[in-house]
Design a protein around this ligand. Structure first.
Ligand code: SAM
Length: 222
């Protein structure tokens, strides 16, 4: 039985530890996810092994701060797997700017997410905030998953440029992208210390067993 979870707009099947969002485009998949119909409402299964945001929720994050009607800046959208669930969460009055620098994945995203009118795909580097500012507005939420060495600086730059006052931002950190030679926990502690200099760190979770050597930080703009 699918029912509301503690996280707004996210649903769960308790006994089976499964997560779902409401399908924004009923009858249409965004990737290989399962579609489940219950009482004429269509849900899309959200697998923590394929999405770090789902892994964060599965690891008992109390609040992801992404709500219905929010405007989200999503950096590192890839082919749109997690973007599609964010699109389900914010719904038809919300909006997602989906940014990626790789033309090949952006082409797939446009194909996979056809019909989702609340997404603007943007082919650009998250590091080029000057160019991004010509295309996007101030946002309620920033979500970044770019697996780059300078991911922390890019995240902070985007917070300063685009996040509304008191807005929230989520950062997925891949330890091996920062330094393959150091222990992930050491890197995560260092990222936390750096984030605390410029933001309020609300939550921090490693994403094991779903995503190896990854962590997610939830911060609030000071
Ligand atoms: C791990 S994948 C993202 C997966 C995606 N967030 C999901 O859950 O479906 C990382 C993506 O970041 C993109 N990327 C890397 N550096 C970037 C940058 N500076 N600006 C924008 N996108 C970047 C890559 O092209 C890749 O598609």
């Amino acid at each position: 039985m699918i029912s509301k979870s503690k996280i707004f707009e996210v649903y769960e099947e308790k006994g089976r530890n499964k997560l779902f969002t409401l399908n924004f485009t009923p009858g249409k998949k965004a990737y290989e996810e399962q579609l489940v119909n219950q009482n004429n409402i269509e849900y899309r299964e959200w697998d923590p092994y394929t999405s770090k945001l789902a892994a964060l929720i599965a690891n008992k994050c109390q609040n992801i701060f992404i709500r219905k009607d929010d405007v989200v800046l999503y950096l590192g959208s890839s082919t749109g797997t997690t973007v599609s669930h964010v699109s389900d969460i914010v719904g038809k009055e919300g909006f997602v700017f989906a940014v990626d620098l790789a033309p090949r994945v952006m082409t797939s995203l446009i194909f996979n997410l056809e019909g989702r009118k609340n997404i603007a795909p943007i082919l650009e580097s998250a590091n080029h905030t000057g160019r991004l500012s010509e295309r996007i507005s101030v946002v309620d939420i920033i979500y970044q998953d770019i697996a780059q060495k300078d991911q922390l600086n890019i995240f902070l730059k985007n917070i300063h440029n685009f996040l509304k006052k008191d807005g929230y931002a989520l950062l997925a950190v891949k330890a091996r992208s920062i330094d393959v030679t150091r222990k992930p926990k050491e890197i995560f502690n260092e990222v936390k210390r750096e984030l605390e200099k410029e933001t309020i760190v609300i939550d921090y979770k490693t994403l094991e067993p779903y995503q190896k050597d990854h962590a997610m930080f939830v911060v609030k703009r000071k």
